[in-house]
Design a protein around this ligand. Structure first.
Ligand code: NAD
Length: 254
C-alpha cells in the first residue's frame, strides 16, 4: 500500500503517516516545512518503515501535478490524506485581515482541491483509491474562526461531491472532523492565550481533548478496506463536543 499524506510533517498528518507506516504502508509525506518533513520521514525509516518526503506547497498546482506523475510512475497511490492546513484565531468579520483570509482559503480549500485533482484523476485511471480529507467541527457548526470555518465547510461539500463523482471509478472520498486536538498548532495557540484548554475540555462530553492518534485511527479506518462500503461521510472525532451544546443548555441536567 502506498499512502500520500499532505501536512505529514506535523500534528495529525504526522501521526497518520506514522500509523499507516506501522501498518505496512509506504508513506510519502508532503509539506512546506522541509526541515521537519525530512526529520519525520527519517524517523519513520529508522523505525523500519518506508517513507519519502517532498517539500511542496499544496496551493501550487504545477508542483503537485509533477509530483503526482512522478509518484504514480513508481507505484500507484492507494491512499491520499489531506492534512495540510492552517488554523485561525477568533475574529470578527470587519476586523479580519484579508491577506490571512486569502491564505487560509488558498491552503485549506484550494490546496485540498488541487491535491484531489492531481491524485484523484490518477486513482480513477488506476481503478482504485481512498481519499480522506480533514474537515473540522467548524464544517458542521459555526465558530468565530471565520475564514477557517468557511474553508472547512467547503471541504465537507468537496468531500461529498467528489464521493459522488469518483465512486463509479472505485475511488472513495471521506473526511474526519476532529474536535479540539492537541497538535503543535493547537499547543502554540494555547501557549499564546488564543485557546482556553479548560473550556475546550469542559465542552466535550468525554471531558478531554482529542489526541492526534485518535484522529489518525479514524483516518486509518476510513482509508482501509474495512471501510470499503463507506464513501461521502464526515466522521466527527470530537470526544463528544457536538452532542453537548443543546444538552448543556438545559438548566437542570440529569
Ligand atoms: N488541531 C485541531 O484541533 C484541528 C481540529 C480540526 C481540524 N484540524 C485540521 O487538521 C489538519 C492538521 O492540523 P494540525 O493541528 O495537525 O496542524 P499542524 O500545524 O500541526 O500540521 C499541519 C501541517 O501542514 C503543513 N502545511 C501548512 N500549510 C501548508 C501548505 N501550504 N502546503 C503544504 N503543507 C502545509 C504545516 O507545515 C504542518 O506541518 C489541518 O487541516 C487542520 O485544519 C485540526
Amino acid at each position: 500500500m502506498h499512502a500520500v499524506v499532505t501536512g505529514g510533517a506535523s500534528g495529525i498528518g504526522e501521526a497518520t503517516a506514522r500509523l499507516l507506516s506501522r501498518n505496512g504502508a509506504h508513506v510519502t509525506l508532503i509539506d512546506v516545512n522541509g526541515k521537519r518533513g525530512a526529520r519525520i520521514a527519517g524517523e519513520i525509516n529508522a523505525d523500519g518503515g518506508k517513507a519519502a518526503f517532498h517539500q511542496l506547497d499544496v496551493s501550487n498546482e504545477k508542483d503537485l501535478l509533477a509530483l503526482a506523475a512522478a509518484l504514480f510512475a513508481e507505484r500507484p497511490v492507494d491512499v491520499l490524506v489531506n492534512s495540510a492546513g492552517i488554523l485561525q484565531n477568533a475574529v470578527r468579520l470587519n476586523d479580519m485581515d484579508l491577506g490571512e483570509f486569502d491564505r487560509i482559503i488558498d491552503v485549506n480549500l484550494k490546496g485540498t482541491v488541487l491535491v484531489c485533482r492531481a491524485f484523484g484523476s490518477r486513482m480513477c485511471a488506476a481503478g482504485a483509491g481512498s481519499i480522506v480529507n480533514l474537515c473540522s467541527l467548524t464544517s458542521l457548526t459555526p465558530s468565530p474562526q471565520l475564514a477557517y470555518g468557511m474553508s472547512k465547510a467547503a471541504v465537507k461539500m468537496l468531500t461529498e461531491s467528489l464521493a459522488a463523482e469518483l465512486g463509479p471509478s472505485n475511488v472513495r472520498v471521506n473526511a474526519v472532523a476532529p474536535g479540539y486536538t492537541l497538535t503543535p498548532a493547537m499547543q502554540q495557540r494555547i501557549d499564546e492565550g488564543a485557546r482556553n484548554p479548560a473550556k475546550m475540555i469542559e465542552a466535550a462530553a468525554l471531558r478531554r481533548l482529542v489526541s492526534m492518534e485518535d484522529v489518525a485511527e479514524a483516518i486509518n479506518f476510513l482509508s482501509s478496506d474495512k471501510a470499503s462500503a463507506i464513501t461521502g461521510v464526515v466522521i466527527p472525532v470530537d470526544c463528544g463536543f457536538l452532542v453537548g451544546s443543546a444538552y448543556n443548555a438545559y438548566a437542570a441536567q440529569p
